[in-house]
Design a protein around this ligand. Structure first.
Ligand code: AMP
Length: 117
């Protein structure tokens, strides 16, 4: 699927719509989810135009995917979640309910999350 430069996360990156940013570096930005599913619900996104979903990742994206997870763990620790635990989620496609076609990782925590499914 072609990348849509007007997707919500692209607009957040360009500051065309506001976000509550909690982390940024040269490669990633993290902000609070506007409709949180947990007491702490953060979204981590690559700055550069990324694959639209996990299904679009290729061998060339191994570094990106690895740094995304490592960065999410770092952010979770900064948010005080490391001791109590948290969940990292990558939604892919319709059945997972993916709504934004810009690769992103959810960090969920701050309380018991219940079973995955
Ligand atoms: P997904 O369902 O995996 O595509 O996740 C997209 C997430 O983006 C959802 O959890 C939405 O609540 C969240 N979201 C949508 N618009 C915004 C926004 N303007 N600011 C922050 N989070 C958003």
């Amino acid at each position: 699927m072609a990348y849509d430069r007007d997707n919500i996360f692209a607009k957040i990156l360009r500051d065309e719509i506001p976000s509550d940013r909690v982390y940024e570096d040269g490669e990633f930005v993290a902000f609070r989810d506007i409709a949180p599913s947990a007491p702490v619900h953060l979204i981590v996104i690559p700055r550069a135009e990324p694959p639209t979903s996990p299904a679009e990742l290729t061998d060339a994206d191994v570094g990106l995917a690895g740094r995304l997870v490592v960065t999410a763990s770092k952010i979770a620790a900064q948010q005080g979640l490391a001791g109590s635990g948290y969940r990292l989620v990558l939604n892919c496609g319709e059945h997972a309910g993916q709504t934004v076609r810009h690769l992103h990782l959810h960090i969920l925590g701050g309380g018991p999350l219940g079973p995955v499914a």
